[in-house]
Design a binder for this molecule. Structure first.
Ligand SMILES: *Cc1c(COP(=O)(O)O)cnc(C)c1O
Length: 364
């Protein structure tokens, strides 16, 4: 038998979460598959969604090319845009949509050939679809104020540009009490007023909590994987990844004895300790504290002791039936990944996208 560390990915749940995204947003929705689909496997997730989605989004060109190589033909938007003229040419040749957030990117587009090979001939074709990014207040990337209009006109004048969309990104959409989202919507609408193009504002949190931000296209990331961006949850979502492993050693420790590195866990009662084959090198957060929830053979349990590189320890004292070979779910259908993230002082985005080294299987 091989090492039992394992991530089961439910593609049916992924498709249902996408359908939920589309239903709540209306219009069209890009499925965001950056960071290897938030740790779920980008190619497998793209294939699982193929035929069900309006398009995909990734962070950078190589991620898009990997999907094209795997036979994905639907639109793919590169959210960071091209890094140079060569990437711009490659994106155009593969009909990959490019975010445009600074002036140089427009010059690379203007310089890219507007030809596409059609059999033995090359034909003139407007091949580039630009998603012009507006900085509506997040101040990470994008054109501001009047520069938006100028950039739009410059793109309009490029003969090889076949489509322009307008997008912006929300900084605090997961905070319903913040007034920043309304301010960003107003800034975006003002900067793009009168420009003829489809628009896109919502990430998952925008889509869940800000009906006023809905436009032609949503961009759903974390919610596809079953994590509600709002606390308390606003949407009915299904977890997609179940990360589990097995107990492969058991020992009893007496009161006052300790477990693991740093002797962080100190037994306050005679304690039965189960050793689980999964550690921080698999992506489990190293700083998860004692008491972080797990499920042991389907019943609620707790992590004890510091997480090691390849192993972690759980408390089996209240699980007399459990022993070597017992299944331990680290997160998934029984243990919400958001709870683990919260216990570890981070967010589900980070721990999901850190998952590696475990065997992945796909169902549905
Ligand atoms: C990652 C990303 C998204 C998706 O965000 P979620 O919060 O995961 O839904 C949407 N738009 C842009 C520009 C992004 O970078």
């Amino acid at each position: 038998m091989s090492r039992p560390a394992h991530a089961r990915i439910d593609l049916g749940a992924l498709r249902r979460n996408y359908a939920t995204a589309r239903r709540s947003h209306g219009g069209q929705v890009l499925a965001v598959l950056k960071a290897d689909a938030y740790g779920h496997g980008a190619v497998a997730c793209a294939q699982g969604l193929a035929g069900h989605v309006d398009g995909y989004a990734v962070a950078f060109l190589d991620e898009a090319l990997a999907l094209r190589q795997a036979g994905i033909e639907a639109p793919i938007l590169v959210l960071e845009g091209a890094f140079d003229a060569e990437e711009t040419r490659v994106a155009a040749a593969r009909a990959i949509w490019l975010a445009v957030h600074r002036r140089e990117q427009i010059e690379w587009i203007a310089a890219a050939p507007n030809v596409r090979s059609a059999g033995r001939k090359t034909v003139e074709a407007a091949t580039i679809h630009a998603w012009l990014k507006v900085d509506s207040g997040m101040h990470r990337a994008g054109f501001i104020g009047d520069d938006v209009r100028a950039a739009y006109q410059r793109l309009r004048a490029c003969r090889n540009v076949g489509g322009i969309s307008l997008m912006t990104h929300l900084a605090r959409a997961d905070e319903p009490a913040s007034d920043m989202t309304d301010a960003q919507i107003r800034a975006f609408d003002a900067a793009t007023q009168g420009l003829e193009a489809p628009r896109s504002v919502c990430n998952s949190a925008g889509l869940a909590a800000w009906p006023r931000a809905r436009r032609d296209w949503g961009r759903a990331g974390i919610m596809l994987y079953g994590v509600d961006p709002m606390d308390p949850p606003a949407l009915a979502l299904e977890p997609v990844m179940t990360l589990s492993s097995q107990v492969f050693s058991v020992r009893d420790v007496a009161v006052g004895e300790t477990v693991g590195y740093g002797a962080r866990f100190v037994a306050r009662r005679p304690t039965r300790v189960g050793l689980v084959a999964l550690g921080y090198a698999d992506g489990y957060p190293r700083n998860a504290p004692d008491g972080t929830p797990v499920a042991i053979d389907g019943r609620p349990g707790q992590l004890i002791g510091r997480v090691s590189m390849d192993m972690l320890t759980v408390d089996l004292t209240d699980h007399p039936q459990a022993g070597i070979g017992s299944t331990v779910e680290l997160w998934g259908r029984q243990v919400p990944v958001a709870q683990v993230a919260k216990a570890a002082g981070t967010i589900a985005y980070e721990i999901l996208s850190n998952v590696k080294r475990v065997t992945r299987t796909y169902i549905g």
